[in-house]
Every structure is written in C-alpha cells, then in structure tokens.
Write a protein that binds this ligand. Structure first.
Ligand code: AMP
Length: 396
C-alpha cells in the first residue's frame, strides 16, 4: 500500500475521500470539528508538495437526494480556516460545475464537493457513479476516511479501480498502525474493556480478543444477559434472551483460555429510564423487579479501575452505562480516569471510536490517552479480522 510520505503530489490533482461527517447544531454550526482537524496533515502534505485537492465526503444520512441540513456548504468556511487555504465549493459532487471547478484547480488550491450521499448510488457502491467522480480529472486517489473504510461505497472503495495511483492518507495509516499494535504487539498485561448496549454487536470482537488478552472487562447493558444466564435477577434491565447460552459459552471459553473475564459486582439501578429516576445500588443479580441497571456500581468501578491501572495495553470500546444521563455516567467516567492514569504510567491505550471516544473527549482526556480512534464500526471490524473494502481497494 502506498503511503503519503512515499508519494510526491507536485503538479498532481488528488481526489481525497475524507470524513467530514461532523455534528451540526440547528444554526448549522459545527459542534465538534475533530474530524476536520484530523485530515489537515493529509491535505497539507498534498498542497505543500505543490498539488491540489478535491475533497469528497458524506454528511449525515440524507434519504432522498439533496437536503439543506445535510449540505456540506455549511462547513466550507470552517474547513478553509482550519486548512489555512481557500476552499472552493461545488454544489453537486458530480456533473459539469464540479468538473469545471476541478479542472481549473491550481497547485495549492482545494475544492470541496457537495455531500456524496445526495446520490443513493454512493452507498450502493455504484460503478458508474464512482466513474463520474473519477472523471472529475484527478491524477491520484487518496483515502483518508477510516470511519467508512468498512463500507464498499462508491467513494471509499469502488472509485479506486479507476486510478493507477492510490494512496493511504495519514488518518487511515495511523488507525491501521494503532490497531495493528494492539493486535500483534501488545505488551502485557493486556486488558480489553467492552461496554455498550448489546452482546450481539460485540460478540465477534469478544471472541477474537479471548485469544489475545489477559483481562476482559465487561460492562454496560450487555452484562445483564450474563447475569441472567447464571440465574441472577435483573429486573427490567436490557436482556438479549437468545444470547444467554452464548454468554455462558463465553465465560467457559475465557476459563479454558486462561483469560480473566471480569463482570460487575454491583449495579446502579433506576426505577425509570431517565436521568431523574430514583436510584439505588444493589449487588450483582439483585435488581428489584421494576428497576433496571443503568450503570456499574461503585465497587465495580474500583475493581475495574484497579485492573486497568495495572495494565500495559488497554483497548476500550463502549460505555459502562447510560453515560448520556449524568446521574449514570460515573462508571464510564471512572474507567476513563483509570485509562488516563494507566497511560500516564506508561501503558498504551486505544479508545475505540463512538461512545467511549465521546466520553474521553467530553472529559477533556483526548490527549491523555495514546490514541482515540475516529472509526467505531471500522475499527471493530478490522480487529475482528475482516477485510475492510476501503483498505483493500488501496492495496490492489
Ligand atoms: P454501543 O453502541 O453498543 O457501544 O452502545 C452504546 C449505548 O449503550 C449508549 O447509548 C448507552 O446509553 C447504552 N447503554 C450502556 N449501558 C446501558 C444500560 N445498562 N442500559 C441501557 N443502555 C445502556
């Protein structure tokens, strides 16, 4: 796979798949520009070499063609400020106007195309649509959108076949390097912390990790299926009844492989699914009938944190509870502190996208951990051992 540092963009026009899928408020202001900042080094490398860049991205999930609230025009000004370069904008990602703007692009200039997902052909991986993007006149294709690399979309994978020169961007490269470090080179003890809502979403990664880790901490909504499987009372907590056998098997497999699988010992439960619900802490498996577990309890937080602080490698994916409700965020915050402390003590910590990344960033710990992934789903699929179409397309 060609990396940016081995490619000279002088006199070349690059079409770059970026991930500008940023959250906007009702005034169309960007509320988190992490993803824009992330691609700056890639775009600057192209411009500093004496090349020009056509940037393409999706934003949100438009259903049926163009929608004002998903237009990338709202972010042009900020992208220009962050890149410290003029950014032109094409109202349509393909067609005559886009072609003209692309062909008049000079060295050091940037063009941003309108939302790719205004065409349903994008997510369908339509070859003719990918060809239209390729025909905008770029000499080289760069993919720096790790967050969509697990999708075989027109702009993330299919387009690559129309280019001889295909290059992996810096974001994509560091995501792969960090994931590989965890997968192939983890210093021990290696602890994985898995949280979030469901076992079914995490089963493949959990099975894969059982071959790699020393400790597997399980928190979040998925713990109640384990508790119920072993006869505990979980009240109205999240339950995947059809996964109870699987939960038992995972516990058995962990034993066989000598992995320390650690489940909560207590639960913070609520009489309603709301921040203001009445709360009580109960021992694991003792949740009253009309109550539901919404966070790990204080003893669990201490227990999990101790394991984390004694680890040399940490992978964290998924919150320990409904951290969107401040009253049920303490468990997730406690783990975030522990990961930060372990990192300060020399551990390597990788935060796997999505909610655990928001938790770390909201606490202001983004720079206190080793790496915060930009791609939740893509990272999990990569770690499960699946081929990511966006990565494979750069290799051919
Ligand atoms: P995931 O996308 O699978 O990582 O799940 C993240 C979601 O799981 C978050 O929105 C949390 O609110 C939710 N979650 C975590 N713990 C619980 C719980 N005990 N009950 C219900 N939802 C939970």
């Amino acid at each position: 796979m060609k990396t940016l540092d081995t490619y000279n963009f002088s006199g070349k026009k690059a079409i770059v798949r970026v991930d500008f899928n940023v959250p906007l408020n009702d005034k169309f202001e960007i509320t988190d520009e992490t993803r824009i900042k992330a691609v700056v080094p890639t775009v600057k490398k192209i411009l500093n070499d004496g090349g020009s860049a056509i940037l393409m991205s999706h934003l949100g999930r438009p259903k049926n063609g163009p929608e004002e609230k998903f237009s990338l025009k709202h972010i042009v000004k900020r992208v220009s400020e962050v890149l410290e370069a003029e950014v032109k904008f094409a109202d349509d990602c393909v067609g005559e106007q886009a072609k003209e703007l692309a062909s008049s692009l000079e060295a050091g200039q940037v063009l941003l195309l309108e939302n790719l997902r205004f065409y349903k052909e994008e997510t369908k991986g339509d070859e003719a649509f990918a060809k239209q993007l390729a025909d905008l006149g770029a000499d080289v294709y760069v993919n720096d959108a790790f967050g969509t690399a697990h999708r075989a979309h027109a702009s993330t994978a299919i387009i690559a076949q129309f280019f001889t020169d295909k290059v992996c961007g810096y974001v994509m490269q560091s995501e792969l390097d960090n994931a590989n470090k965890i997968l192939n080179n983890a210093e021990r003890p290696f602890t994985a912390i898995m949280g979030g809502a469901k076992i079914s979403d995490k089963i493949l990664i959990i099975e894969k990790l059982l071959d790699k880790v020393d400790n597997l901490i399980i928190g979040g909504g998925m713990t109640y299926t384990f508790t119920k499987a072993f006869g505990g009372e979980i009240g109205k907590s999240l339950l995947e009844a059809d996964k109870m056998e699987l939960a038992k098997e995972l516990v058995k497999k962990a034993e066989e492989k000598g992995v320390n699988l650690i489940l909560p010992v207590d639960t913070l439960c609520a009489d309603d699914f709301s921040n203001d619900a009445n709360r009580q802490i109960v021992e694991r498996g003792h949740i009253p009938a009309d109550w539901e577990g919404l966070d790990i309890g204080p003893d669990t937080t201490v227990k999990f944190a101790d394991v984390v602080k004694n680890s040399k490698t940490i992978l964290w994916n998924g919150p320990m509870g409904v951290f969107e409700f401040p009253n049920f965020a303490k468990g997730t915050e406690g783990i975030a502190y522990a990961v930060k402390e372990a990192t300060q003590g020399g551990a390597f910590s990788l935060i796997g996208g999505g909610d655990s990344a928001s938790a770390i960033n909201n606490l202001g710990f983004g720079n206190d951990v080793s790496y915060v992934s930009t791609g939740g789903g893509a990272l999990l699929e990569y770690m499960e051992g699946k081929t990511l179409p966006g990565v494979a397309a750069l290799e051919n």
